[in-house]
Design a protein around this ligand. Structure first.
Ligand code: SF4
Length: 73
């Protein structure tokens, strides 16, 4: 079963866009220059994992909704 993630973006975000490019269904640009999570929870996927790992400033965190366990970082 696919786990569900609560994903959040911290204040370190510089709106580089990497996460949006990897997982556009999860991350979106909020004009003029803020990146936000569209909604929670989100199904884990290879695209989501790539997005989490791509952040150059480690601004993204994720927890498993079912267990409360930190999934990332
Ligand atoms: S990859 Fe990181 S810095 Fe870039 S937009 Fe996403 S959260 Fe912000």
């Amino acid at each position: 079963m696919t786990r569900e993630l609560e994903i959040s973006i911290g204040p370190a975000c510089i709106s580089s866009g990497y996460c949006r490019n990897h997982a556009p269904d999860v991350f979106v640009l909020k004009p003029p220059r803020r990146t936000v999570v569209r909604s929670n929870p989100n199904a884990d996927s290879p695209e989501v994992q790539l997005a989490l790992e791509s952040c150059p400033v480690e601004a993204i965190s994720a927890t498993d909704v079912a267990t409360g366990e930190t999934v990332f970082p």
